[in-house]
Every structure is written in structure tokens, then in C-alpha cells.
Design a protein around this ligand. Sequence first.
Ligand code: A3P
Length: 325
Amino acid sequence: MTEVEILPDGDYSFQAAKPVDLMTSYVFHGVHFPNPGLCNSGGWGYFSHPEDVYNLECRKDDVFVCSYPKNGNTWAREIVYRILVDPDVKKFDTRIQDIRCPDLQLYGPNGDTWKGHEGKPLRELESPRIFKCHYPWNCMPKEAIEKNCKIIFIARNYKDTAVSGYSMMSGFVMPDGETKVLQDDLKTMLHRWQGRRAVYGGYFFNVLSFWEQRQRENVLFMFYEEMVGDPVGAVKKICSFLERKITEEQLQKIVIETSFDKMKMDPSCNWEFLNTVGISKEAPPFMRKGKVGNWKEHFDDEMSAICDDYIEKYLQGTGLTFQYE
Ligand code: A3P
């Protein structure tokens, strides 16, 4: 296990200097989290207390789709949901994905998630429950580990992650509806997200924490880049991991329905509701490019070199390598 920098647990809510720091001001198990108090009182959504997620009562057949933010979680969750529930789900179920497959960082105790999108309390959801989680391994629900629940981790290269994350964050405003959460430029963010004080342990700590668990039978470590390169192979791999058999016709249906172009048009997956819940004034499209190597359109040589240095510093000797184009 990657060495965890020891930071005291507790509520750091009012020590933050900038709005963006409030997204990382709560510490649990040495990891920084969005501040639950801020978001609850602001009526944004309901960032969970990481303690509650850690103590979640799990069922043996719960499935966890995990990733650092902007690494393809929405895509993978949709694939898992269609494999486990129904390849044709949209025929009868138009609920947003965060209700069908709750995001543990946002799902309130009574089933409330984003404003105006209420679901059931987690304990009342039918099995198999499919959860999204951004937490690093040491903060995952402890029963999920004890009960060997199936955990799929999706990893994406740091450069494309940064561009995708910057685009999304740049649309976020504070509960006052005006102040931008993100006041830094992309270059500054390249430094911010690599470190241990970044949200969910920072990109490298978070990804490596699952990479170190990849040999477990109940863990499937996948790359966003491999999903883009071979979507059919990706769906088959997830099916096999979930021990589900599907017909060739169902396979084709899932691949088509979870393609970028289809999901971009699907209001249950494309997060267009962000513009209506007060966290975003004019949210850039969530389904933005869906490509490998888009960073090249946003980085100059210096920015690429900044990333290369961090990639070497953290990944050298770990065996973890990424495709960047
Ligand atoms: P881009 O911003 O680079 O386009 P997450 O769901 O973890 O927040 O990840 C979001 C990223 O995954 C976005 O990347 C989004 O476009 C991409 N994505 C979502 N669905 C996809 C799909 N079906 N195929 C390819 N990329 C997809």
C-alpha cells in the first residue's frame, strides 16, 4: 500500500482561503474530501461524510465502479448497469444515472442527490446495487473489502484527466450562484491535482492505491484508453468479470447504446441537469470530447513537461503506464 501521509482527521471547513479549497478541506484517513458541511448548507447537492461511506452496510452482490474524477466513470457505470439490469433499460427507465447507480460521494441518507432528483435510501435499493465511488482504496467502504464485493476501477492518463477536469470545474459556481469555484488556470491545476492534498488523495495516490490491489479476484483494473480503443472488448471484459452471460445481440446493443454519440444525447447520462441545480451557471458539456490525446489541443510544451515530470516521479517503478495519444 502506498504510504499514507498522516494528516489529522477533522473538519477544516473554515480554514480554506479560496473557494476551490473548500472542495478539499475535509480530511479523513489522511485524504482530503469536499467539505460536506459547505455543500449541505449551500443546497448544492449533498457531499457525503466520508465516514458514512466508509461505514456503508454492503451486500455481497454490490458492485462498485471506482475512478478518479473524469476518468470514464459515467461510461463504465452505464455499461455495468446495462449488463446487470437490462441492455434496453432506457425503454422503461429514464431516471438519471446518479439515481440508478448512486454516487456515494453525493447520495444523501434519505436518497436525495442533486436538487430535485430524489431516489430511495441506499438500504432500500434493489440488488444488485451499482455504486460510483471516487475514494482511494483506504477510504472505500470497509465492508466492500471484507465481503469481496466486485470493484471495477477505471484509470485514465493524467494529461487528459486534467483537461477534462479543468473543463468541468470551470463551470462550477459557489452556492452564492456567482463566485467561481475554480479561479486558477489549467497550468496551476496541473500542479494542484498531483499532490496528496488534492481531492480524494490526488490523482497519483488514488490511482496507485487501486493499482496495488489489481491482483485481487474481486478487482478489475481497466483503462479509459483501452475502452476507447476496443469498446466491444471492454464490454466483454466487464461481462466476464461480473460473471454474466449475454447474447451477441445484447453485446452489440450495449456497445451502441453506451457509445459517446449515444450517451451525449441521453439526458439520463449527459449531466445536462447540472445547469438546473445551481452548481453551474453555464456548464460546459459533460460529454465533451470522449477521446484519447485531447490534451494536445490545450497544452503547450511547458505544460506537457510539467506532467511528464510528475508522471515519472510517481509512476516510475510501479509498472503502471498509460497511453497518451
Ligand atoms: P472528456 O471531458 O475528455 O470528453 P467521468 O464520467 O469519470 O466524469 O468522465 C468523464 C469523461 O468521460 C469525459 O471526457 C467524457 O466525455 C468521457 N466519456 C463519457 N462517456 C463516454 C463514452 N461513452 N465514450 C467515451 N468517452 C466518454
